[in-house]
Design a protein around this ligand. Structure first.
Ligand SMILES: *Cc1c(COP(=O)(O)O)cnc(C)c1O
Length: 427
C-alpha cells in the first residue's frame, strides 16, 4: 500500500487482533476469501434497484452476483423461494431492522421488543434509537429469579398493549428463545413476529440453535457475528399479503398490478425508502460467507462454539463467578462481576491490560448505570474460529479469574496470553 500511515495502522491492528484473546460476543474473524471479496472491484459499482430493475447501466454482472447471494441465503436456511424472499442489501443490522419497521408499522404505533437493559438491542425500540422515537416501545424483559424470558409475562404484556409487531432475539441473552411460544403470543395480539437472529444466525446455520423460520413472518440478521461474514445484514420475509391494509404506511406500498406482500414492502423500505446504492463488495463477501456457512466444517465450528462457551462459563462458575441464568445455550453469557466487588467497566479494563478483550454489560435488574454496569459479556465465536477448544477455555477462565481477583500481575497474564495466541494464529 502506498499510504504508509494507513498501512502502519493496519499492521498494528493485525498485531493487536493476533496477540489478544477476543471474547467480544458480537465479533468474529473472517476468512481470507471474505476479505478478498470485500476488497474486490465490486466496490466500484453503483447498483441502485434490484436484479433486473436497476437505475444504472453496467449491472449485468452485479445482477448475477446479487441473485446468487439471495439464492445462497435461502439455501443456507432451507427456505423455498416460493414462500420466502430475502433482501441482501442492508448496510448493517440497524438499518435492516429499521427497514422492517418502516415497512410494517405505521409511525407512532407500538412495537414490542426486549428492553436494552435486559439484553435487547437498541433498534428494538429503545428511546435513544430512532426506532424508539418513531414508534412506541412496549418492552419485555426476563424473570428476576430465573433470568430467562417469562413467556406468560410476555403474553400478558402483548395482550394488554396490542403491539403491531413483536421482536424476538437479543444481543445479551444466553438462552434459546422459544419461537413457537413467541408465535403464539404474536397471534394472540394479532401482531407480526419478527426474529432478529443477528447474534445466533451462525448457530442456526450450523444446526445447534432452533431455526426461527417455521414461526416468524420476518427474520433479520447481521452477517458479521456468528455467521462470520462481512459487516452487512439480511432480511428474510414471507411472501404473504400485508395485514392491516387500511393503514397509511401499507397503502403507500400498494401498486396497481400486484397486491403488496410483506416482502415487497420491505424491499421498498430498504430501497428507495432508506438506502441508496447497495455495497456490492459487501454483498460479494456475504455470498462467500454464506457458502462457507453451509459447509460441514462450519457445522463442526458451530457445535464447538457452544461447547466452548459452556466450558468457559462452567469453569468461571466453579471459580465462584455468578453466571446470569446459571449458564448458557449459545455462543455467549453474562457474568456478574459486581458480586465479587468489581464493576463491569473496571473488569473490562483490567482484562484488557492483560490482553483479554470483553465488553462491560448490564445484567438483568442492574442497579448501576449502563455506562458502568454490573457485569461483562463474554462470547467464544472468535476464539473458536482460531481453533481453541475446551482445554484452552479452562486456561482462559483461570486467567480471567486470576486477573480479576488480582492473584496474578497483568504483565504475567499477558505473557501467558501471548503464548496461547501464538499457538492459534488468526486466519
Ligand atoms: C448487532 C445487532 C444489531 C445491529 O447490527 P449493526 O450491524 O451493529 O447495526 C441488531 N440486532 C441485534 C440483536 C444485534 O445483536
Amino acid at each position: 500500500m502506498k499510504d504508509k500511515i494507513i498501512q502502519k495502522l493496519i499492521t498494528e491492528e493485525t498485531k493487536r487482533q493476533n496477540n489478544t484473546l477476543n471474547l467480544i460476543a458480537s465479533e468474529n474473524s473472517t476468512s481470507k476469501d471474505v476479505r478478498e471479496a470485500l476488497a474486490s472491484v465490486f466496490t466500484n459499482k453503483y447498483a441502485e434497484g434490484y436484479p433486473g430493475a436497476r437505475y444504472y447501466g453496467g449491472n449485468a454482472v452485479a445482477d448475477k452476483l446479487e441473485a446468487l447471494t439471495q439464492a445462497r441465503a435461502l439455501t443456507l436456511f432451507g427456505l423455498s423461494p416460493k414462500k420466502w424472499s430475502v433482501n441482501v442489501q442492508p448496510y448493517s443490522g440497524s438499518p435492516a431492522n429499521l427497514a422492517v419497521l418502516l415497512a410494517l408499522v405505521p409511525a407512532g404505533e407500538k412495537i414490542m421488543g426486549m428492553s436494552l437493559a435486559m439484553g435487547g438491542h437498541l433498534t428494538h425500540g429503545h428511546k435513544v434509537s430512532v426506532t424508539g422515537k418513531l414508534w412506541q416501545q412496549v418492552p419485555y424483559g426476563v424473570n428476576k429469579k430465573t433470568e430467562r424470558i417469562d413467556y406468560e409475562e410476555v403474553l400478558e404484556i402483548a395482550r394488554r398493549e396490542q403491539p403491531r409487531i413483536i421482536i424476538a432475539g437479543a444481543t445479551a441473552y444466553s438462552r434459546i428463545v422459544d419461537f413457537k411460544k413467541m408465535r403464539a403470543i404474536a397471534d394472540a395480539a394479532h401482531a407480526y413476529l419478527m426474529v432478529d437472529m443477528s447474534h445466533f444466525a451462525g448457530l442456526v446455520a450450523g444446526g445447534v440453535y432452533p431455526s426461527p423460520f417455521a414461526y416468524a413472518d420476518v427474520v433479520t440478521t447481521t452477517v458479521h457475528k456468528t455467521l462470520r461474514g462481512p459487516r452487512a445484514a439480511l432480511i428474510f420475509a414471507r411472501k404473504f399479503e400485508i395485514r392491516n391494509p387500511k393503514s397509511e404506511t401499507n397503502q403507500k406500498f400498494k401498486t396497481r398490478n400486484s397486491k403488496p406482500t410483506i416482502a415487497s414492502a420491505i424491499d421498498k423500505a430498504v430501497f428507495p425508502g432508506l438506502q441508496g446504492g447497495p455495497h456490492m463488495n459487501a454483498i460479494t463477501a456475504v455470498a462467500v460467507a454464506l457458502k462457507e456457512a453451509g459447509s460441514p466444517t462450519f457445522k463442526k465450528y458451530a457445535a464447538q462454539i457452544v461447547k466452548n462457551t459452556r466450558a468457559l462459563a462452567g469453569e468461571l462458575a466453579r471459580l465462584n463467578w455468578r453466571i446470569i441464568s446459571g449458564g448458557t445455550d449459545t455462543h455467549l453469557f453474562l457474568m456478574d462481576t459486581i458480586s465479587q466487588g468489581v464493576g463491569g467497566g473496571e473488569a473490562s479494563d483490567m482484562l484488557e491490560t492483560a490482553g483479554i478483550i470483553v465488553n462491560k454489560n448490564t445484567i438483568p435488574f442492574d442497579e448501576r448505570k449502563p455506562t458502568d454496569p454490573s457485569g461483562i459479556r463474554i462470547g467464544t465465536a472468535a476464539l473458536t474460529t482460531r481453533g481453541m477448544k475446551e482445554k484452552e477455555m479452562k486456561v482462559i477462565a483461570t486467567l480471567i479469574d486470576a486477573v480479576l481477583k488480582k492473584k496474578m500481575k497483568p504483565a504475567e497474564a499477558e505473557k501467558k496470553i501471548a503464548m496461547l495466541c501464538k499457538k492459534f494464529p488468526l486466519r
